[in-house]
Design a protein around this ligand. Structure first.
Ligand SMILES: C[S@@+](CC[C@H](N)C(=O)[O-])C[C@H]1O[C@@H](n2cnc3c(N)ncnc32)[C@H](O)[C@@H]1O
Length: 379
């Protein structure tokens, strides 16, 4: 057996033992797909704020058969702090978990948003045949490279270079949609392209690191479903013309007060941070400075939180009191018994998108990006 086949088989075994891969069809896809072909090189942080290129051919192919995501393209990051990841080959166990959650059957037509290296598209082609696979990426060069790699394996799926949030109805409808980049709300084009009873899996992430995978089923007037257990995070879907934003400086005259929830970095508690992101203005960025942390929103609001021996002090500035919203949401989350992902769901209708707790109709709910009336077509 060739080296890559041994490595791919070992990877499949590892994913099976970890409970991230179960079905014979996807086990075969992982065993038969040479990941090194899709990741000829990757980029690692060099520890000095830059990136180091690792050439898979010269350094050995074993590292791309680990259950690890590998960055393959970097560029200006949305916080304006130098280069950040723009594309990757996602963690294989995350891919198989998403693919299996979609309950893909023979004959299903599948759309992938975020072609990247083409590795996941190769798994789909292995499972379904290339004729049933459509994959889109906003980076034309990635599409060109993926097309060549897939052709080496004899796969010629439909690969499209454009914004995956746009209408791809010419290629649909799709029985299944898998997005390997995150979205702040569900693009209506995805719902309209989803066949009756079709399934869609995506990382719903209103702010950075504030989200998780949600599995939605097409309904009469939209889609509905629940979050998957566990936690995953993807790089965001980039829109054309998006300009990286740098944080603003705090108004030094902003009054200081004691934080009602002490010092905490909300993004280290994913469910609460996700719920908080639903009540914060869009485009919140965050980071550390000195001993403290800051949050900064596109509407010019900013909060700084500085720890001390007796908790933390907060200064807030701008149209939205960011930390006050976070404190309120934290209280609500504690009041509801600190719910985990399994208690949260999402419903998209003609008029609204909302996240709900426990029960679509009776539970408390929070609004996501609104959808104008009648924008959702019948399946
Ligand atoms: C995590 S990578 C995808 C990994 C890929 N599925 C694989 O198997 O290698 C995310 C990809 O989403 C792409 N992306 C970002 N914004 C997009 C958009 N608006 N439309 C389509 N693709 C987008 C990025 O260029 C990147 O290649």
């Amino acid at each position: 057996m060739s080296e890559w086949r041994q490595l791919a088989s070992a990877l499949a075994d590892e994913l099976v033992s970890a409970g991230k891969l179960r079905s014979p069809e996807w086990i075969a896809a992982v065993r038969d797909t040479p990941r090194h072909l899709f990741v000829p090189h990757y980029l690692e942080p060099d520890g000095c704020g830059g990136w180091r290129r690792v050439d898979t051919v010269t350094s050995g192919i074993a590292s791309v058969y680990e259950n690890v995501g590998r960055y393959t393209l970097v560029g200006p990051d949305p916080h304006g702090w130098g280069d950040g990841p723009l594309s990757s080959s996602s963690t294989p166990g995350l891919m198989t978990r998403m693919l299996e959650s979609l309950d893909i059957r023979d004959g299903h037509r599948v759309l992938e948003i975020g072609t990247g290296t083409g590795y996941n598209a190769a798994l789909l082609c292995h499972r379904l045949g290339a004729d049933l696979v459509v994959s889109v990426d906003v980076e034309p060069d990635l599409i060109t490279a993926a097309r060549t790699r897939l052709a080496t394996l004899g796969f010629t799926p439909t690969l499209v270079a454009r914004d995956g949030a746009d209408d791809l109805a010419d290629h649909g409808p799709f029985d299944r949609i898998i997005a390997t980049c995150s979205v702040p709300d569900i693009p209506r084009a995805w719902i309209n392209q989803l066949a009756a009873d079709g399934l869609l899996v995506v990382d719903l992430q209103p702010s950075t690191a504030a989200g998780n995978l949600v599995l939605l089923r097409r309904t009469e007037d939209g889609a509905a479903g629940r979050f998957l257990p566990g936690w995953a995070t993807f790089m965001p879907l980039r829109r054309a013309g998006e300009v990286p934003r740098s944080p603003t400086a705090l108004d030094v005259t902003a009054p200081r007060r004691k934080s009602g929830i002490g010092y905490r970095e909300p993004w280290t508690e994913p469910v609460w941070w996700f719920l908080a992101s639903l009540v914060l203005p869009s485009g919140v960025i965050f980071g550390r400075f000195g001993e403290g942390l800051f949050l900064d929103a596109a509407d010019g609001s900013r909060a700084e939180i500085v720890p001390h021996s007796d908790g933390a002090d907060v200064a807030e500035y701008g149209p939205t009191r960011l930390w006050s919203s976070i404190e309120k949401l934290h209280q609500e989350w504690v009041g509801h018994g600190r719910p985990g992902w399994e208690r949260l769901g999402v419903t998209v209708t003609r008029r609204t998108q909302r996240v709900w707790l426990d029960d679509d109709m009776a539970g408390p709910s929070w609004s996501l990006g609104p959808i104008a009336q009648d924008e959702i077509s019948k399946p």
